[in-house]
Write a protein that binds this ligand. Structure first.
Ligand code: T4K
Length: 434
C-alpha cells in the first residue's frame, strides 16, 4: 500500500498499487506526470456503508478541503527565473516583452493569426462584444458561468437566454433560432466543459440572420472540434486563464481571432484607446495582461501535455470507479478530439435514491468541495431573475441539467487513490440509506 496515514480506520483503504499506467492523453505519448503532487493521497478511507460517512458522524475522508479548481502549476524553477528576470528588467505591464511572447506562443499553439491577451476572461468578453459592436439583444446560454451574461449586461446589451441541448450542455441551435427577434445582433456560444458548441449550426443561423457570432471559450483551451483547436471559430473566441482553469496565468484571458481589423481594435480598447504617446483614438478600458501573468502562462504552456495527461487519468479513474454505480454517469468526451478533461461532470439520474443537493452536502462533509456548476442558471440570478421572471418557461433543458450536475475535483493535486475514495462515497449513496 503506497498511501499512508489512513485517518479513520473505517473500511479498508483504497489500494494505490493498481494505478492505471501513466499514459498521456495527448496523441499517445507517455507523460512523466512529474507535476502530480500526491497531497490528497495521504489520508483517505473507502466508504462501505452509511456509517462510514462524515455526515453520519464518521471522521471526514480528507483532513483538508479538496477543491474542484485547484490550479495546475508548471515548473516552479522556470517560473521563478522568469519572475526574477521581470524584476530585473523593471518592465511589469503595458504590453511588455513577456506578454508579447505569450501572445505569439498562444496564437501559434492555436493556429490563429492574433491573440490579444487580457487581464481576465470577463474583460476579454466585454472588449470582444464591444469590438464586434453588439447591441440590443444577444443570444447566450443561461447554463454558463454568470460572466458570460454579465459581460453583456454590463454594457447594457440584453442577454437573451436560449435553451441547451441536454446531451451536450451547449446551446441548442433550434432554441437559438426561436429566440431571434428584430433586435438581435449576435450570438455568444459557450464551449461548456471544453466540449465545442454546435459551431456549424450556429454559423449557419448567424449567416442567415446576419448576426455576429463569437464564442466564450473559457473552458476550451486545448480542445478541438473536427480536429481543429477551439480558437478559430466564429469571428473571435474568448479564453479565461483564471487560476481555476486548466491553463492559467493567475488571472488572465485573451481574445483570439483571424480578423486583423478586429484584433487591432481590441488592442486599442484594452489600452484606453491609446495609439502611441498622448494620442487616444478610441474609447477604451484597461484590459492589459501583466508580465508576471504572462510569465506564468509561458511556464504553464510548457507543461500543458502533463496537465492533460493528469486530467485524463483522473477522468478515466472516476469513470471506471463509478461505472458500476447505477444512476450516476460522467459527461463523456469525444476521444477522437483533443480534450483538456478539465471538468469531471457527474450527472445524477432522476431515479438515483439521493437528491443531487444531498449528494453535495455529503461530499462537503467529507471535505470534498464538489460544486453544482452552473446551477441555478443565469436566468435565476440577479438581475435576470427580476428582469425575466418567466424565462425558465423557455429553458426546460437548462433547468433539468442544472438540477442534475455535480462537478467533482480533479487536477494535478489529486491522486487516483483519492478519486477511488470519492467514488466509494458515491457508491454508498447508491445504497440509498443516507
Ligand atoms: N465564461 C465562463 C464560461 C467561465 O467559466 C468563466 C469563469 C468566465 C467566463 C470568466 O472568466 P474570468 O473573468 O474568471 O477569467 C470560478 C472561477 O473564479 C471562474 O474563473 C470560473 N469561470 C468559474 C467556473 O469558477 P467560482 O466562483 O466557482 O470560484 P471559487 O473562488 O469558488 O473557486 C473555485 C474552486 O477553486 C474552489 O474550490 C477553490 C478553488 N481555488 C480557487 C482559486 C482562485 C483554488 O484551489 N485556488 C485558487 O487560486 O468561480
Amino acid at each position: 500500500m503506497k498511501a499512508k496515514g489512513v485517518v479513520t480506520g473505517l473500511g479498508a483503504a483504497v489500494g494505490a498499487d493498481d494505478d492505471p499506467p501513466r499514459q498521456t492523453g495527448v496523441r499517445g505519448e507517455s507523460a512523466s506526470m512529474k507535476l502530480v503532487r500526491d497531497v490528497a493521497a495521504t489520508s483517505y478511507k473507502a466508504a462501505r456503508s452509511p456509517a462510514d460517512l462524515a455526515i453520519n458522524g464518521a471522521p471526514p475522508m480528507f483532513a483538508e478541503p479538496i477543491h474542484v479548481g485547484r490550479p495546475n502549476i508548471g515548473n516552479h524553477k522556470r517560473f521563478l527565473q522568469r519572475a526574477s528576470d521581470i524584476l530585473d528588467s523593471g518592465w511589469l505591464s503595458n504590453n511588455g516583452p513577456i506578454a508579447q511572447e505569450f501572445e505569439q506562443r498562444i496564437a501559434k499553439f492555436l493556429g490563429v493569426k492574433h491573440c490579444v491577451a487580457m487581464c481576465n476572461g470577463t474583460i476579454a468578453l466585454e472588449i470582444a462584444t464591444r469590438a464586434l459592436e453588439l447591441k440590443g439583444e444577444v443570444i447566450v446560454p443561461s447554463y454558463t458561468f454568470i460572466a458570460t451574461a454579465h459581460a453583456l449586461q454590463w454594457q447594457e446589451i440584453t442577454p437573451i437566454f436560449a435553451d441547451i441541448d441536454p446531451a451536450t450542455h451547449n446551446l441548442d441551435p433550434a432554441a437559438v433560432w426561436r429566440m431571434i427577434t428584430p433586435r438581435t445582433t449576435g450570438i455568444v456560444g459557450v464551449h461548456l466543459w471544453g466540449r465545442a458548441s454546435h459551431v456549424k449550426d450556429l454559423e449557419a443561423i448567424a449567416s442567415e440572420h446576419k448576426l455576429r457570432l463569437m464564442f466564450d471559450a473559457s473552458h476550451g483551451f486545448g480542445c478541438s472540434l473536427d480536429g481543429a483547436l477551439v480558437g478559430g471559430f466564429g469571428e473571435c473566441e474568448v479564453f479565461s486563464f483564471h487560476a481555476t482553469k486548466f491553463f492559467n496565468t493567475f488571472e488572465g484571458g485573451a481574445v483570439v481571432t483571424n480578423n486583423d481589423t478586429l484584433a487591432e481594435k481590441m488592442r486599442l480598447m484594452r489600452n484606453f484607446g491609446f495609439s502611441g504617446y498622448d494620442n487616444v483614438i478610441y474609447p477604451g478600458t484597461n484590459g492589459k495582461m501583466t508580465e508576471i501573468a504572462a510569465a506564468m502562462g509561458l511556464t504553464n504552456l510548457e507543461d500543458l501535455d502533463d496537465f492533460v495527461a493528469i486530467n485524463r487519468r483522473n477522468y478515466q479513474c472516476y469513470r471506471d470507479a463509478i461505472a458500476s454505480v447505477p444512476g450516476l454517469s460522467l459527461l463523456q468526451y469525444n476521444e477522437s478530439e483533443r480534450n483538456n478533461y478539465q471538468y469531471v461532470v457527474l450527472e445524477v439520474a432522476p431515479y438515483f435514491p439521493v437528491a443531487r443537493d444531498r449528494i453535495v452536502e455529503v461530499l462537503h462533509a467529507e471535505n470534498i468541495l464538489a460544486r453544482k456548476y452552473f446551477w441555478p442558471g443565469c436566468h435565476n440570478m440577479e438581475p435576470y431573475r427580476s428582469y425575466y421572471p418567466h424565462a425558465g418557461l423557455m429553458l426546460p433543458n437548462t433547468n433539468l441539467v442544472a438540477e442534475r450536475v455535480v462537478v467533482l475535483p480533479t487536477g494535478s493535486a489529486l491522486h487516483t487513490d483519492a478519486i477511488r475514495g470519492i467514488a466509494s462515497i458515491l457508491g454508498v449513496l447508491a445504497q440509498g440509506k443516507v
